[in-house]
Each structure stands twice: as structure tokens, then as C-alpha cells.
Design a protein around this ligand. Structure first.
Ligand SMILES: Nc1ncnc2c1ncn2[C@@H]1O[C@H](COP(=O)(O)OP(=O)(O)OP(=O)(O)O)[C@@H](O)[C@H]1O
Ligand SMILES: [Mg+2]
Length: 334
């Protein structure tokens, strides 16, 4: 008998979120999946809805938000959980690595107390078990047990982000959400932290949703990538395939505007024009106004995501994918 595969760490279906005072949904029909143990990158310009999408896994949406669709974590429907189950979800099944670890830590508490309390306050673990796990995880992130006695102010930013990664793994989560976890760090430390996340993901079998502006980073770390534009998924697919043969003009433009050889890394704001404002209704494709392939159809009708020929796992929401010319020297070929 073939074993039943575990449910996806995260499955978002048709997520539509509308905030008060806006003319259109801020997330508009988002579909996204992170398989158990998979690393998925979510990329897109500032304001495209990456953080909201990621936070939906914890049902952490702004007050007054109207929500439609489904969000399941390890098969459990997050949007309908009662308060107790939601607390269990937020302190166990799903954890977050924040952008700025210093802001997330109490400077007056020792690192060890922080790690232990993250799982004992909820009764998820005994103090002894938590203390043992904290030592194991600190070693896994390349720190030794002496860090337990230190205060956040006594360690570097890079070390602190390692502590946060250890903290995120304390409750043995099915899903880790990492929202721009390295932007506050220098480039070398960034690379170390990323390598660490990838290694731990493999070792602990955790699904990882990695939010980033950085295409090179997304290519380096993830199994699959979702490209978001104005609250919609523009394109999704296996990282190597998507970067080598983008099927959406937005992805292609991002890649074309990414400097190849050395720093500075690719910037997502290098495409002319601005994404549409939330006060603006959208009838057609959200990218039409900035797109060199756009036709009258694009202004009239929002494209549904459709698979690339022969590639069911590579999808783009574009009426004109077939007219895209393959990029030369894309990162996957380099
Ligand atoms: N609490 C909130 N109240 C009102 N609007 C919000 C709130 N949170 C987010 N938004 C709006 O929703 C949109 C998407 O925000 P989100 O934070 O998900 O973007 P993002 O892709 O993570 O951007 P960035 O790369 O800058 O972090 C933005 O237009 C933002 O202004
Ligand atoms: Mg964000």
C-alpha cells in the first residue's frame, strides 16, 4: 500500500481580502501551496500583498478585513478556527521569523528564557523538555549553549536572527513564515542565514514560505516561486523553470532588470510606472498599464492563470504568454 502523503503545510485557495475604504480587494483570488517540507518563495514589489498573504496563514489580517476563500495549514481550515485552536496554531503549528529580530525580542529577557517561554507558557512543553530543545536548536543554528544566558543586546544582529530561527522551530512547526528575514543583515550574514534556513528545513521537514524582494535569493533558496502583482498571483512554478522561462511579462521584466554579475542585487522597482492604487478599480489585467504586450483584451478581461504548454506546474495569468521571447542569460542558465 502506498502511504498517504501528508497534507500541504499551507494551502490557500481563492483568497480574497478587502480592506475598508478601498475600491478593490487587496488580495484578489490568491492560490498558493507549500507542500510538507517544501520551500516556497513569494516575490513582488512593495505593496503587492506578500505580507498579507503570509499572515493569512495565522489568520492575522487587518481589523475590518472582509475575507473570502480558504486557508488551510496541515489540512486545518485556519479561517474558521475558534480562539483556542487559533492560539494553538499560532504557538505551535505555524511560526514566524521576523525581519527585525531586535524589535521582536524583549531586551530585558535572556535569550534562553525567551526560547523556553515560547513553548512553556502555552503548556505545549515542560520546562525541562523546552530547555533541552533550546540547546539542541541553538547548536543546530550554529550557536552554543552559552547564548542562552545572554541578553539580546549582547549579541550581533546575525546571531539574533539565528536565535529567532531557533525560536521558530521550538514548537516543531509544520510551517515557518519568513517575511524578509534577512533584509536587516549585511550580505555575508544574509547568505549564512539563508543557507541555515534551507538546511533546517530539510532536517526538520518544515514547510517554509519565504517572502522576499530579492529574485536571486528566491532562485537560490526555493523549490517553487510565486510572483505576486497587485494582490494577484501573476506567475508560479518551479524556481529553475520560472527563472529560465518566465511566462508572465512582469516576471520577465523583473528578470531583465536584475543586474546579473554582481551586487547590487535585483530591485523590483526597476520597471517603469507604478502598480495600481487600491483606490482604483480594476477590470482587466493589473499589469496592463506597464506591459509592452498589452492589448485591448488586457484592459477588458483579467486573465486566469493557465499552465505553460506541457508544464502543468508552471502557470501564468497572462493573455499573451505565448508572445514572450525567452530571456538570454537568465540566472538558471548562468
Ligand atoms: N493593516 C493595514 N491596514 C490597511 N492597509 C493595509 C494594512 N496592511 C496592509 N495594507 C495594504 O495592503 C497592501 C498590501 O500590503 P502588504 O503588507 O501585504 O504588502 P507587501 O507585498 O508585503 O509589501 P512590502 O514589500 O512593502 O512589505 C498595501 O497596499 C498596504 O498598504
Ligand atoms: Mg511585506
Amino acid at each position: 500500500m502506498t502511504p498517504i502523503p501528508p497534507p500541504p503545510a499551507l494551502e490557500i485557495r481563492g483568497l480574497r481580502v478587502t480592506l475598508p475604504g478601498t475600491a478593490r480587494p487587496v488580495l484578489d483570488g490568491v492560490d498558493l501551496r507549500v507542500a510538507a517540507g517544501e520551500t516556497v518563495a513569494l516575490v513582488g514589489e512593495s505593496g503587492s500583498g506578500k505580507s498579507l498573504t503570509s499572515r493569512s496563514a495565522l489568520h492575522l489580517l487587518p481589523p475590518g478585513a472582509e475575507v473570502e476563500g480558504a486557508v488551510r495549514v496541515s489540512g486545518e481550515d485556519v479561517l474558521t478556527l475558534d480562539a483556542d485552536r487559533l492560539r494553538a496554531l499560532r504557538t505551535g503549528t505555524v511560526s514566524m521569523v521576523f525581519q527585525d529580530p531586535r524589535a521582536a525580542l524583549n531586551p530585558l529577557r535572556r535569550i534562553g528564557d525567551f526560547l523556553v517561554e515560547s513553548v512553556t507558557l502555552t503548556g505545549a512543553m515542560t520546562k525541562e523538555a523546552a530547555a533541552a530543545r533550546a540547546v539542541e536548536l541553538l547548536e543546530a543554528v550554529g550557536l552554543d549553549a552559552s547564548a542562552l544566558r545572554r541578553y539580546p543586546g549582547q549579541v550581533s544582529g546575525g546571531m539574533l536572527q539565528r536565535v529567532m530561527i531557533a525560536a521558530a522551530l521550538m514548537g516543531d512547526p509544520a510551517l515557518v513564515l519568513a517575511d524578509e528575514p534577512t533584509t536587516a543583515l549585511d550580505v555575508t550574514t544574509q547568505a549564512e542565514v539563508i543557507a541555515l534556513l534551507a538546511e533546517l528545513r530539510a532536517r526538520f521537514g518544515t514547510g517554509l514560505l519565504f517572502v522576499t524582494h530579492d529574485l536571486d535569493l528566491a532562485a537560490a533558496i526555493s523549490d517553487r516561486v510565486y510572483v505576486m502583482y497587485a494582490g494577484r498571483i501573476a506567475e508560479s512554478g518551479p524556481a529553475d523553470e520560472l527563472f529560465a522561462r518566465p511566462r508572465h511579462p512582469y516576471t520577465a521584466a523583473l528578470l531583465a532588470s536584475t543586474p546579473r554579475l554582481e551586487a547590487p542585487r535585483g530591485r523590483l522597482d526597476a520597471i517603469e510606472g507604478q502598480p495600481p492604487d487600491l483606490r482604483q478599480e480594476l477590470k482587466g489585467c493589473a499589469f496592463a498599464a506597464r506591459c509592452h504586450l498589452a492589448t485591448g483584451l488586457c484592459d477588458q478581461q483579467a486573465p486566469d492563470p493557465r499552465p505553460a504548454p506541457g508544464r502543468a506546474d508552471h502557470r501564468a495569468a497572462c493573455h499573451h504568454s505565448a508572445r514572450l521571447v525567452p530571456l538570454e542569460g537568465s540566472p538558471a542558465d548562468a
